[in-house]
Write a protein that binds this ligand. Structure first.
Ligand code: GLY
Length: 397
């Protein structure tokens, strides 16, 4: 090679290397993993929008093996979550398409305001109409919240001091109250705010006090079901329905307790509620069987840990509750814990794969082991509390 050729080759190599390295900072700034996770989330949101609107077919869960969506009517305890998810995606994205579809699904839940056969009124009506009210002023929605509260309190018993949870009597329970029932109190507290009638608030407080007194173990975990004697208000038995055993700690039940007492504190400022929420949160987050990524097994005492299904819904409920708890305590560790869980959930480990055509966002929730149903699957309420946590995080930012 003569000198001239060598110089040309040298200039070419230098030029090419400069071009490559000048691109590098940009490549570094844009993290490929983040982009694909982000667009995967958006793609999942779109799937909720594309799901056919049908008053009898609220999407509840998805069986991956069979490729089948479980669809339920409005009387199912989960019907409020799908409209709630659409409202919350609207809140996060400000994309009006979600609001319009949310209104349609929400309207299908209205008839539940008369359904007095269940305690799940809050889940159904407040997750749908209640979320709508966060997005826009609507007197009709407010009337529905108050009517639903009127129906729910017909299940309150003075002697027990609680709202009865279930009517089914497979177990011969006299007056079953489950920890999940704390979640329905938000509807009652809000009904008092709307109507100025203190009765709903008072019943919610009575229920919370009875639960506080009887539902917790000395280590601050909660039993799932308490059966009361309606003749004298005493506890007959403390058992489980969805956990592995009566004395085990069913993960979602712990989540309902943490969320329920944090929310009850919001309306009452009763320090005992705050203390219970903190104590159960500490049991949950510090449990020896809690995996590193903050997504618990479905029951902390399940026999085959670490080869047991996780429960994304329990993780999401607690992530959302701890953001609220942070607001009352200023304890950054609650916020940091929630962020850690949300980071785990917003990863490809938990977001439902791109090729799954179903109106859900996250995989790996666990529903009801007693029926061997919906274990390790996408379930609508896992998505609901995940979206709520994202919305809450966005607000405090
Ligand atoms: N409330 C029913 C459940 O958490 O599965």
């Amino acid at each position: 090679m003569d000198n001239n050729k060598q110089i040309i080759l040298f200039v070419f190599i230098i030029g090419f290397t400069t071009l490559i390295t000048s691109c590098k900072p940009n490549l570094k700034k844009v993290d490929e993993k983040d982009i694909s996770v982000d667009s995967l989330l958006n793609l999942r949101y779109e799937q909720l929008l594309q799901y056919p609107i049908d008053s009898l077919a609220f999407p509840r869960s998805y069986t991956i093996k069979e490729g089948k969506i479980k669809k339920v009517p409005s009387k199912d305890w989960t019907s409020g979550f799908f409209p709630g998810n659409l409202w919350q995606i609207f809140e996060l994205t400000q994309d009006n398409r979600y609001k319009e579809v949310a209104k349609k699904w929400t309207a299908f839940v209205e008839k539940e305001k008369f359904n007095n056969h269940t305690h799940d009124m809050g889940f159904k009506v407040f997750c749908s109409f209640g979320n709508g009210l966060k997005s826009f002023e609507n007197q009709h929605y407010k009337n529905i919240v108050v009517k639903s509260a009127q129906t729910l309190i017909t299940r309150f018993d003075e002697k027990v001091g609680s709202i009865r949870s279930w009517d089914f009597n497979k177990h011969k329970w006299s007056f079953p109250v489950i920890i999940d029932n704390m979640m329905n109190l938000e509807l009652l507290f809000e009904a008092t705010k709307i109507s100025k009638d203190s009765m709903y608030h008072k019943i919610a407080v009575a229920h919370a006090n009875t639960t506080l007194q009887n539902h917790f173990r000395p280590n601050n975990s909660t039993w799932h079901v308490l059966d009361y004697n309606p003749e004298n208000g005493k506890v007959n038995t403390r058992v489980t329905h969805q956990g592995i055993s009566d004395d085990s700690s069913w993960a979602r039940g712990q989540g309902w307790a943490i969320y329920g007492f944090t929310m009850a504190y919001r309306y009452t400022k009763n320090p005992k509620y705050l203390e219970q929420a903190k104590a159960t949160a500490s049991f949950f987050t510090g449990h020896k069987n809690m995996p590193e990524d903050g997504i618990p097994y479905w029951d902390f005492d399940a026999p085959n840990i670490p080869n047991e299904p996780r429960d994304v819904s329990a993780a999401a409920i607690v992530a959302s509750a701890l953001i609220e708890l942070y607001g009352y305590t200023n304890n950054e560790s609650y916020l940091n814990y929630s962020k850690k869980v949300l980071n785990s959930l917003q990863s490809k480990n938990y977001i439902l794969a791109e090729n799954v055509k179903a109106p859900f966002i996250l995989n790996h929730s666990s529903g009801d082991w007693s029926k061997r149903a919906e274990m390790d699957e996408p379930i609508v309420y896992g998505d609901y509390y995940f979206l709520e946590a994202l919305t809450r995080l966005k607000k405090i930012k």
